[in-house]
Ligand binder design. Structure first.
Ligand SMILES: Nc1ncnc2c1ncn2[C@@H]1O[C@H](COP(=O)(O)OP(=O)(O)OP(=O)(O)O)[C@@H](O)[C@H]1O
Length: 361
């Protein structure tokens, strides 16, 4: 287990975070400048915490107690693999030499090094590119070389700082699969910094939502996506439909209202009548009804007007106005259907499922 408890002041900025991680992939996600990269640098030993601890599998990397530094292992003794956004390959070395550089000066024989590099070249789909220089490789290939170089030391932890952000969507997709496979084989804690929500969806076992130097929510990805604890977290994970409401009644069902609409939700939390809460409804959990019977008074059913659409490939995002004339107030993701395209200005029915209405106290 990796135990991390860090406090670091950098000018005006203060990082104060604590978490534990098993051999899982933790994704650090949050706005720019909130301390994600600094967290990696402190774990790796590139920066020194003002206080706290970094302990991996019982080995103290850093420990400061009672104002005294009791341990501060140098970077090269922490057995950490570190991958950066800009690949950081040596331009004058081939792919083979870049990968082998990780164990440069070690006791391995030439034959052992050859074997290790060959295995990693295969693992990272780089066979045949061993003698290429970085400027003869694509971005995705360069990043795979960088990952191989990080792995050749057989690290106990792998840290990746926005590793795929310079790459296009398809290459990114494949590299995510590579990373998941590598993680399955190495079985070590992986910490991955990103601004990309798809990375979180596809890679994370655990997610830490960062905000202004603190972790606003830490948990399994389904917790963070479907049960955000704060309005900020809901916003960061693009819940999109976030409304202030008042609890009218809380029995087996919860009746909620504001000055524009009523809603019925279910929750295992208890609320008081009159309590002000926030409801969050993800766009993919709203049903669009094409067969509209305006007279039917179904629960959580609303009739609106389609204001705008946005194609996201197999998904189309609909912007629907229900409560205000001019602007949209509900965002719904629906499967793209070319045979039945939504017309702007058309009437559109939506239904919110009580189970998918999340309430934040
Ligand atoms: N040496 C320094 N002196 C003063 N402030 C610093 C220093 N290094 C970093 N900071 C500040 O610390 C904060 C956190 O930076 P960090 O790079 O960790 O954020 P981040 O979440 O990784 O951002 P991004 O997603 O943009 O990379 C920023 O506000 C940054 O300006």
């Amino acid at each position: 287990m990796l135990e991390v408890d860090l406090y670091k002041r950098l000018g005006e900025f203060v990082l104060d975070v604590e978490f534990y991680l098993d051999n899982e992939i933790l994704v650090l996600f949050g706005p720019s400048g909130c301390g994600k990269s600094t967290t990696l640098e402190l774990i790796a030993g590139l920066k020194t915490p003002d206080r706290g601890k970094v302990i991996n599998q019982g080995i103290n990397f850093f420990l400061k107690e009672d104002g005294k530094v009791k341990e501060n292992l140098p970077i090269n003794q922490r057995r950490i693999g570190y991958v950066f956004q800009d690949y950081s390959l040596f331009p004058h070395l081939t792919a083979f030499e870049n990968i082998a550089y990780g164990i440069h000066g070690s006791d391995f024989t030439k034959k052992e090094i050859q074997k290790k590099v060959d295995e990693l070249l295969t693992e990272l789909r780089l066979k045949g590119l061993a003698n290429h220089y970085p400027d003869e490789l694509s971005g995705g290939q360069q990043q795979r070389v960088a990952i191989a170089r990080a792995l050749i030391v057989e690290p106990d932890i792998l840290l990746l700082d926005e590793p795929f952000s310079a790459l296009d969507t398809l290459v990114r997709e494949k590299l995510r699969q590579d990373l998941l496979r590598i993680h399955g084989e190495f079985g070590i804690p992986v910490i991955y910094v990103t601004h990309n929500l798809t990375d979180v969806f596809e890679l994370a076992d655990q997610v830490a939502i960062y905000n202004e130097g603190k972790i606003e929510q830490f948990g399994a990805k389904e917790e963070v996506f479907y049960r955000p604890r704060t309005r900020n977290v809901a916003r960061f994970v693009e819940s999109k439909n976030i409304f202030d409401v008042v609890v009218e009644e809380c029995k087996s069902e919860i009746k909620l209202r504001n000055d524009k609409f009523n809603l019925i939700a279910v929750s295992n939390q208890n609320f008081n009548s009159g309590e002000e809460v926030v409801v969050v409804i993800r766009p993919e959990f709203i049903d669009v009804l094409t067969d509209i019977d305006e007279n039917v008074n179904q629960r959580n059913f609303y009739l609106g007007v389609l204001k705008k659409t946005l194609s996201k490939g197999a998904i189309t995002r609909l912007f629907i106005s229900i409560f205000s004339e001019e602007d949209y107030d509900l965002i719904v993701d629906t499967p793209t259907d070319f045979t039945n395209e939504h017309r702007l200005g058309a009437k559109i029915g939506v239904r919110l499922t009580a189970d998918y209405i999340h309430i934040i106290k």
